[in-house]
Design a protein around this ligand. Structure first.
Ligand SMILES: C[S@@+](CC[C@H](N)C(=O)[O-])C[C@H]1O[C@@H](n2cnc3c(N)ncnc32)[C@H](O)[C@@H]1O
Ligand SMILES: [Zn+2]
Length: 282
């Protein structure tokens, strides 16, 4: 049995699923089967062994992560981040302390904003997971109060019923894993694109722009509690528009000509449209 410095395990071993314990050195976690994982110098833990990776660099790459950070740090999505923090503040709690997982946390922008804007931020115990190592390293470097790990949403390395709440902003998830890691009566807060999200940017790329649905798809095993739609216009400059494009899935459809046209265009307003939905585990 590894020497443990904690009683309730935070993580499960990604190889054998047994509990992982922080070792006496404080520098690594190990399971009873001796699978061991070192904490990176930035303080995060990589719980995505190479045999579970479908590519060398899964998730957002370094360029996408940098673009995302530059765009988000400019404050364009701050109103949405504030609304997320307000929703977290009003979630019914079983205890004073709320354990929160940011799923697909990227470079950690929303984690930082939650600390800044939640009235109850001292009562939050926050964790973040993403499959992209660069993003997790960047998140951990900027915010030491959150425990960040590299892992997959399809096989989350957390014990059953670990969290009171999961936050999923523009990120993928697996319904069964969501159900498993949430405590009973746990909450899920999703942010998904509304019908008009980034409409004018999409007009640059597609001949025919299709609107997203007005309601986000219900994850299996959850009841919809409340929905809030937030829309407003932003006017990023050419460099910020390029960053915005790079962090969206439609970047793949933008050829060089389109990118040049976007770069050379006069400043123009782009609609944002976010759907925030609060769900409760049935
Ligand atoms: C559109 S980004 C959103 C990031 C962050 N929530 C935000 O809004 O800034 C989607 C994120 O999901 C991550 N991702 C993709 N597939 C994943 C998976 N299977 N497990 C965990 N994260 C994944 C990507 O690496 C990326 O950081
Ligand atoms: Zn193990």
């Amino acid at each position: 049995m590894p020497s443990s410095t904690q009683s309730t395990p935070l993580y499960c071993c990604p190889v054998c699923s047994e509990a992982l314990f922080l070792q006496a050195s404080g520098k690594s976690y190990a399971c009873p089967q001796q699978h061991s994982f070192d904490l990176a110098k930035e303080g995060y833990l990589n719980l995505l062994p190479v045999q579970f990776k479908h590519s060398k660099e899964p998730g957002d790459n370094k360029a996408m992560m940098t673009a995302r950070r530059q765009f988000l740090e400019a404050g364009f999505y701050e109103p949405m981040a504030k609304a997320v923090a307000m929703m977290i503040d009003v979630v019914p709690r079983q205890q004073q302390k709320l354990s929160l997982l940011d799923l697909g946390c990227g470079e950690g922008y929303y984690n930082r904003k939650i600390v800044e804007y939640c009235k109850s931020s001292e009562q939050l115990s926050m964790q973040g997971v993403d499959i992209a190592k660069f993003a997790v390293a960047a998140a951990a470097k900027k915010q030491t109060s959150t425990k960040f790990i590299v892992g997959s949403c399809n096989r989350l390395p957390y014990p059953n019923q670990s969290f009171d709440m999961v936050l999923r902003i523009f990120a993928p998830s697996d319904d069964q894993e969501l159900q498993r890691v949430l405590k009973s009566n746990g909450h899920l807060l999703t942010v998904t694109p509304g019908p008009r999200h980034l409409w004018q940017l999409k007009e640059f790329i597609y001949n025919e722009v299709k609107a997203h649905a007005e309601e986000s798809i219900a994850p299996l095993g959850f009841d919809r509690l409340t929905t809030q739609r937030i829309s407003y216009k932003i006017s990023p400059d050419a460099k910020q528009r390029a960053s915005l494009l790079q962090m969206t899935p439609f970047a793949w459809h933008a050829n060089e000509e389109t990118q040049l046209a976007l770069n050379n265009s006069e400043e123009f307003a782009i609609e944002t449209d976010f759907i925030l939905t609060l769900w409760r585990l049935i």
